[in-house]
Write a protein that binds this ligand. Structure first.
Ligand code: BGC
Length: 343
């Protein structure tokens, strides 16, 4: 593993880049800023290496909120309607950071803004941080650990661990945007999601817990070109400006193939495996609104990357019928997600 300086943060601390090489020429790079994925460099059908993850060239830019490039997002990823929830009879009032009223991606501070402590153990990098009791309004001092390794089969293996001294909600995701062609829009990618049901959005953009059959525009059970219905005259698509929808995988904790996506031009394929209850497909509809210069020397365009976020259901704390993202005091949180690359 190569370890490099990744620039200074505004408060003077140094960011670090860990380059996880697997001996084939392919590699993944992660930083301790937000325990973020910075790069995944893998071959195309002609054997040419290319970086299929969007992001930045220095650590400080990972602190610019908005797109959440590559970040480990938490303590509770995605939305909490009205920025409040009740747990064990106590109501917790959070500070809204989304549409003036709701909470998005862990709040104003969030896990993505933390400089994690990192330790290298063989080919694995282990990143740890503690979110203090009350930060962003959540209960309990929670220790969060993210483990990354990139194996010889071009699999980026991610494990999440957490423990808290109070019962707390938790939903940790990785927010990488991928483009299997490196650049251009992702509408030509062909996506399969191993799910029959998705969670529709209400008019305010919130999941209500209702599940619907994933048919028509929302159907990815069979491989489908992302762009084929992305501008369809369909209320769900119009609401989100494209896809921004969570698909149901399971109520259990089996390790399953959740999705696979292929770019015909480069021939690259990515498969996502997880033990989480769902997978959210976000087609990067608002990437252009985040005007920070990325790796390619310019800001990204709308739909230049897609996210496949393995998660508990968005807004689950307001939807009692879905699996609850609750970690009880004394219990251990553990989930695993793998992004596998092939041609
Ligand atoms: C959410 C989108 C949001 C994006 C960037 C995704 O996880 O589902 O609604 O725009 O993150 O914050």
């Amino acid at each position: 593993m190569q370890i490099k300086n990744f620039g200074k943060l505004p408060d003077g601390r140094e960011a670090t880049l860990f380059i996880l090489e697997n001996g084939t020429g392919a590699y993944a790079a992660v930083t301790n800023v937000g325990a973020s994925i910075v790069s995944v460099v893998v071959p195309d059908k002609n054997g040419n290496l290319g970086d299929v993850v969007l992001g930045y060239t220095d650590g400080a830019k990972y602190l610019t909120k908005g797109a959440y490039h590559g970040a480990t997002v938490g303590r509770v990823a995605n939305r909490i309607e009205d920025a409040r929830f009740t747990l064990e009879g106590v109501e917790y009032i959070l500070k809204p950071n989304y549409n003036g009223q709701h909470m998005l991606h862990g709040g104003e501070i969030g896990l993505d803004s933390k400089l994690f402590d990192a330790e290298v153990c063989g080919d694995t990098v282990i990143m740890k941080t503690v979110l203090p009791d009350g930060e962003d309004g959540f209960p309990g001092n929670i220790e969060i650990t993210v483990k990354y390794d990139f194996d010889a089969e071009n699999r980026l293996n991610i494990e999440y661990f957490a423990e808290c001294d109070k019962t707390t909600p938790i939903n940790l995701i990785n927010h990488s945007y991928f483009n299997l062609n490196v650049t251009g829009d992702i509408c030509s990618h062909e996506l399969t999601i191993n799910s029959d049901e998705y969670y529709p959005l209400a008019d305010n953009g919130m999941v209500t817990g209702e599940k619907r059959p994933a048919v028509g525009t929302m159907n990815f059970k069979e491989p489908k070109i992302v762009g084929s219905d992305i501008d369809a005259d369909c209320p769900q698509i119009k609401l989100a400006g494209g896809y921004d929808h969570n698909y149901f995988l399971q109520d259990g904790k089996d390790f399953v193939l959740a999705a696979s996506i292929k770019a015909p031009e480069s021939g690259r394929i990515m498969r996502v495996y997880t033990d989480m209850p769902g997978i959210l497909f976000y087609s990067g509809n608002f990437l252009h609104t985040h005007e920070v210069e990325g790796k390619l020397g310019r800001a990204y365009m709308a739909r230049e990357g897609f996210c496949l976020e393995t998660n508990y259901c968005p807004n689950a704390l307001k939807c009692p019928q879905v699996k609850q993202p609750i970690l009880k005091k004394g219990e251990k949180y553990h989930h695993k997600t793998v992004y596998e690359f092939a041609v």
